[in-house]
Design a protein around this ligand. Structure first.
Ligand SMILES: [Zn+2]
Length: 237
C-alpha cells in the first residue's frame, strides 16, 4: 500500500471515529466555534493548520481546543502556541511527553501550554513568574536531583523589527486586531524568536504540612515547615 493511500485511509478512519466538532463539518456554521475561529484565522481545507516557517503544522482540532479553552484566539495565545511547538522541536520532545513551563506573563501566553501540553497551574507543570515579558522556559520532565534540559524562548524585539505592524503591537505603539497580528506571526514563523538552551535543577516534592494560623485561625500549607502564621497574617507581624 502506498504512503498516500495509507494516509488517506487513516484520515478517513480518524474522521469517522472523531465525534468532536470539526472545522469542516459543523452543522451550524453561523453559531459554531469553528466559524468564530475563522473570524480570527483562516483555517485551510485539509488536515493541517500551518503555524509558520520552521514550526510546521498542528491539527485544526488543536486550534479549536485552544480557542474554546481561552474563549477566543488572542495574539498572546498564538505566540504561546508557536513557542510551545518551537520548544518541543528544540528539545526533541514528542507531543505526548510531559513538559514543564515557566511563563513570564499571565497575559494569554499560558493557555496553549495548559490545554495542548497538559502543563497546568494545578499540576504545577506550569508556573507563573510574572516579569511581564513575552518569554517562556520549557523543560523536559526529569527526575528530581537531575538537571532538566530546557530552552528559554523570547519574542525578540530585534527580530520583530523586520515586521512593522508586529513590532508596533509588541511595543504597544499601535492597537491592532488579533487577526492581523496573528497573520504576520504565521508569515514570520520561528524567525521572530530567540532562544538559548538551559539546564534547570529539579527539586523533589517538599513535605506538605498543614498548620492553623495563629492569627486568623485558618488552615494553610506551611512552606518552610515552621511558619506559625499564614502569609497574609505574617505580613502584618
Ligand atoms: Zn492568618
Amino acid at each position: 500500500m502506498s504512503y498516500s493511500v495509507r494516509k488517506e485511509l487513516s484520515r478517513k478512519k480518524r474522521a469517522s471515529k472523531d465525534s468532536r466538532p470539526h472545522v469542516k463539518e459543523e452543522s451550524n456554521p453561523s453559531n459554531s466555534l469553528a466559524s468564530k475561529l475563522s473570524q480570527v484565522v483562516e483555517v485551510e481545507e485539509g488536515d493541517e493548520f500551518f503555524l509558520g516557517p520552521g514550526l510546521g503544522c498542528i491539527s485544526p482540532d488543536s486550534l479549536l481546543r485552544l480557542f474554546s479553552f481561552q474563549g477566543y484566539l488572542t495574539t498572546g495565545a498564538f505566540i504561546g502556541l508557536q513557542m510551545l511547538i518551537l520548544g518541543r522541536r528544540l528539545l526533541g520532545v514528542e507531543e505526548n511527553e510531559k513538559i514543564h513551563v515557566v511563563c513570564e506573563t499571565q497575559n494569554c501566553l499560558p493557555d496553549p501550554f495548559q490545554v495542548l501540553a497538559g502543563a497546568t497551574l494545578g499540576n504545577k507543570r506550569l508556573m507563573l513568574r510574572d516579569t511581564g515579558k513575552i518569554l517562556v522556559t520549557i523543560t523536559r520532565h526529569t527526575p528530581p536531583g537531575e538537571l532538566a534540559p530546557g530552552v528559554r524562548i523570547i519574542l525578540d524585539p530585534a527580530k520583530t523589527k523586520r515586521f512593522d505592524k508586529l513590532h508596533a503591537w509588541y511595543m504597544d505603539t499601535e492597537k491592532l486586531p488579533h487577526r492581523e497580528v496573528i497573520q504576520i506571526l504565521r508569515e514570520a514563523g520561528n524567525t521572530v524568536y530567540s532562544y538559548k538552551h538551559v539546564k534547570v535543577p529539579v527539586t523533589g516534592k517538599r513535605e506538605k504540612r498543614v498548620a492553623i494560623c495563629g492569627t486568623c485561625g485558618e488552615p494553610f500549607i506551611q512552606t518552610d515547615g515552621g511558619d506559625r502564621y499564614c502569609s497574609d497574617c505574617a505580613k502584618g507581624k
